[in-house]
Design a protein around this ligand. Structure first.
Ligand code: HEM
Length: 514
């Protein structure tokens, strides 16, 4: 538990600097909540900086989980004068997303002017309003909704075959495989191809450059979250945190994406068809009469959002789930039995097999429950309201700790055990599951209007990747058990010791895709 309160050196420096600045600024900026405000309970805090030290922890989600288990599931925190509501109970999360969904459908993240990475053109940081609604509709109909996914099935099937061939090649050469690297190639190629088609391929190196930038962006997430919370108090004294690092990454994304946009514009001029989403975005961009005007930066920023939100999340879900499977030989056996009986031993698993692979679906769901790659859902209350009988002032930040909720013994039997069976009675489409999810015990993809629009793509990509690995190979690791520790100091949840193994093909003849 001691590790939870560790803060790294950079964070310590920031903390000291902030303490000094805050003492200077205290009298100018600190506003007490109005008298008579029936605020939720608040745990002990430090003078002026309030609960900042909990947010600087290397494991923010666990530090907040510890706070909730000691002081309760609905807490009012503050960092300087920024109010934060911390929620760690499914019933309160349900109340918020049912009765206050529009009110909390804006994140209110700071937006670095001109940055393509979570900047002022971003869909993820956009306030709930006309632009967000316009883009959401476009994303669902042209990329991530069920019909759009059906149209792009061939793209994913090709990438899954390529994934299998890569692994087989490494197995034959007896090379060790880092699962996250292979999974990231698969997921990133899928997203690149679904968005940009042939102009973004593994062969011309574009996909690899984008992968490198996504990894860098992921490492910036914790800084971004910190800047989000401290933006207002620091702005008043003329400080903008981490602006340069965000602009650097933005410029690099711009270089790659501008080239791809130009190639697609040339293609359109020659009347060749591209991907649904690229063609639609370029059409709207060129249409002066369109209901919503978008710029090149809007298009590029949307692509950055999709790479950033979709690549690392799905990659680490594959890695965590595979590690759990390798640590549990009975689960591996049961998965194999199911895949062998539904798919057979000569044909490679495909997306169309997934509805019949209930234990595989349950295993992936359990991986996401125990290791949610985005452990905290962050929003802002635009208006004041009442939650759980307490008054919540307007502009209070909302932090829903999905990690804590999904490991709470009051919500889950044996919450720290990896037990896919718990989801068996409730496959993705069943009634029971819908009811369970309604009370928001399961928060891996967030909730409400701003919940993850990539959930279906995430499920099919992760399930087929795990399916291929289980169906086609035996896995050897160094040592007896895989170390399941989390890496420290990142915004997303990934493994501290990347999963490495050597593979042995289960069949002497390579599996076919037909
Ligand atoms: C296992 C994989 C994934 C996980 C665990 C995950 C999780 C999440 C979570 C927790 C949120 C925040 C939701 C909220 O605030 O309520 C989110 C938002 C988002 N996700 Fe995912 N996601 C995954 C895959 C994807 C994929 C594949 C894409 C698309 C390619 C995607 C695109 C997005 C976008 C665009 C948002 C922002 C939505 C908005 O602001 O309206 N995600 N995701």
């Amino acid at each position: 538990m001691g590790e939870i309160m560790n803060v790294d050196f950079v964070n310590c420096l920031i903390l000291i600097l902030l303490c000094l600045l805050s003492i200077l600024c205290y009298s100018f900026f600190f506003k007490k909540p109005k008298d008579g405000f029936n605020l939720p309970p608040s745990p002990p805090s430090l003078p002026i900086i309030g609960h900042l030290h909990h947010l600087l922890s290397l494991f923010m989600h666990r530090s907040l989980q510890k706070l909730s288990s000691k002081y309760g599931p609905l807490l009012y925190l503050h960092v300087f004068n920024v109010p934060i509501l911390l929620v760690s109970s499914p019933s309160i999360a349900y109340e918020i997303f049912r009765a206050q969904d529009v009110n909390v459908s804006t994140r209110d993240f700071p937006t670095n002017e001109g940055s393509l990475f979570l900047g002022s053109f971003s869909f993820i940081t956009a306030p709930y309003g006309e632009y967000w609604k316009f883009m959401k509709k476009l994303i669902v109909t042209k990329l991530l909704g069920p019909q759009a996914l059906e149209r792009s099935q061939r793209i994913r099937a090709n990438e899954v075959e390529r994934f299998y061939s890569n692994l087989l090649d490494k197995a034959m050469k007896k090379e060790s495989v880092e699962i996250a690297d292979e999974a990231m190639k698969l997921v990133n190629n899928i997203i690149c191809k679904m968005i940009m088609g042939r102009t973004c391929s593994e062969e011309n190196g574009e996909a690899e450059r984008i992968r490198g930038l996504v990894t860098k962006s992921d490492a910036l997430l914790k800084k971004f979250l910190l800047a989000a919370i401290l933006r207002k108090p620091l702005k008043k004294i003329g400080i903008t945190l981490f602006k340069k690092v965000f602009m650097d990454i933005s410029l690099k994304f711009d270089e790659v994406l501008e080239k791809i946009l130009v190639e697609n514009e040339e293609r359109l001029e020659e009347n060749q068809q591209g991907t649904d989403i690229m063609d639609k975005l370029l059409e709207v961009y060129g249409d002066k009469t369109s209901e919503y005007k978008i710029t090149r930066d809007h298009i590029k920023s949307l692509f950055v959002d999709l790479f950033f939100a979709g690549t690392d999340t799905a990659t680490h879900t594959i890695e965590w789930t595979m590690a759990e499977i390798m640590n549990n030989s009975l689960i591996l056996e049961r998965l194999r039995e199911e895949i062998d009986s539904v798919v057979g031993k000569t044909r490679l698993i495909q997306e169309t097999d997934l509805p019949n692979l209930l234990y595989l679906q349950a295993t992936v769901k359990e991986g996401l429950r125990l290791h949610p790659t985005i452990p905290l859902v962050l929003r802002t209350f635009q208006d004041g309201c009442t939650i759980g009988g307490f008054s919540i002032p307007k502009k209070t930040k909302l932090v829903v700790n999905g990690y804590a909720i999904m490991r709470d013994p009051d919500n889950w039997e044996d919450p720290l055990e990896f037990k896919p069976e718990r989801f068996l009675a409730s496959s993705r489409s069943s009634q029971k599951d819908a009811i369970k999810e309604e009370v928001l015990k399961y928060l891996s993809f967030g909730s409400g209007r701003r919940g993850c629009p990539g959930v279906n793509l995430a499920y099919v990509s992760v399930e087929t990747a795990i399916g291929v690995m289980v169906q086609c190979f035996d896995w050897k690791i160094d040592g007896h058990k895989i170390n399941m520790n989390e890496v420290a100091g990142k915004g997303t949840l990934s493994m501290a010791h990347p999963l490495k193994c050597t593979l042995v093909p289960r069949s002497v003849t390579p599996l076919t895709s037909k």
